[in-house]
Design a protein around this ligand. Structure first.
Ligand SMILES: Nc1ncnc2c1ncn2[C@@H]1O[C@H](COP(=O)(O)OP(=O)(O)OP(=O)(O)O)[C@@H](O)[C@H]1O
Ligand SMILES: [Mg+2]
Length: 262
């Protein structure tokens, strides 16, 4: 599996064979998947420590990029690497290299992926067209901004004469009173598109499903089969309810009972 030679598993450690392999695997991508609490973080911490204390090719901890999903696991990671470093210093108290690592650990890149990206953008904002004073909005702020943009967009569309396509859309999806229903559809489309790797492409693809040639009929829509299936299910349910209502009504006193259940 590994392209490099793995040292023999010392007798005084409790690592399993697989953990030991994961600690030493080099020059390849590795994916460690194991049950909760089975030692994934321990393996990762040890991988880091082995690279730092390596005799042939020692590295500094701030040369590594360690990213996690949550702030809590980033803090846990930094803490566990510090602990492991202290232990290594205990085993080897005269090592200048190891002492230096303890001072470097605080500025080592051990963080969530989001804060790492934020740091990169802050540092190199001048290479992008992002305002250097930018900050991350919280989720309520994002919702409010989005609603504001949607209001403006709808206003703009309503204000345009000769905008038949938009008015058809409004007629098809809204009640007489307001256009909340249509706005909700736009919101869920936006939410769903954001979970795609390329939201704009996904939205274009979704819109293009409605493009039909002049001589195409409704059966040429690419999603017609699943739409028919869905309508079929709804009709089945409706028929089932009707049949049950009919059975209730036919029993003695059924009409009254039927009324009560309504
Ligand atoms: N082979 C082993 N022998 C003895 N103890 C071990 C072994 N592997 C891991 N441990 C210990 O098990 C405990 C849990 O390990 P660790 O936190 O690394 O698990 P994890 O897989 O990262 O857990 P989680 O899924 O919660 O993140 C730690 O105290 C670790 O030192
Ligand atoms: Mg863990």
């Amino acid at each position: 599996m590994s392209k490099t030679k793995i040292p023999a598993l010392p007798g005084d450690v409790t690592w399993t064979e697989d953990q030991w392999k994961a600690i030493w695997a080099k020059d390849q991508d590795i994916l460690v998947a194991a049950a909760a609490g089975s030692g994934k973080t321990a393996v990762l911490v040890n991988r880091i420590i082995q690279k730092v204390i390596s005799e042939e090719d020692p590295i500094d901890v701030d040369e590594l990029l360690v990213v996690t999903f949550t702030n809590a696991s980033a803090a846990e990671m930094r803490h566990r690497v510090s602990e492991a470093l202290e232990k290594a210093i205990n085993d080897n108290p005269h090592s200048q290299h190891l002492r230096k690592q303890l001072s470097l650990i605080n500025r080592a890149s051990i963080s969530t992926l989001h804060s790492f990206c934020l740091e990169v953008i802050r540092k190199y904002y001048y290479l992008t067209d992002i305002d250097p004073g930018f900050r991350i909005a919280d989720s309520t702020e994002i919702q409010l901004l989005r609603d504001e943009v949607m209001e403006e967009l709808f206003e703009e569309q309503y204000g345009q004469s000769d905008n038949e396509e938009f008015f058809n859309l409004v007629d098809a999806f809204t009640s007489d009173r307001n256009d909340d229903a249509l706005q909700n559809i736009v919101r869920s489309l936006h939410d769903f598109s954001q979970s795609n790797p390329n939201p704009d492409r996904w939205l274009d693809g979704a819109a293009s499903m409605y493009e039909l040639a002049d001589d195409d009929g409704i059966d040429d829509l690419s999603f017609i089969d699943s739409l028919k299936f869905d309508i079929g299910l709804q009709l089945d349910t409706a028929r089932d309810l009707l049949e049950r209502s009919l059975a209730v009504i036919k029993t003695p006193g059924g009409r009254l009972q039927g009324l009560r259940t309504i």
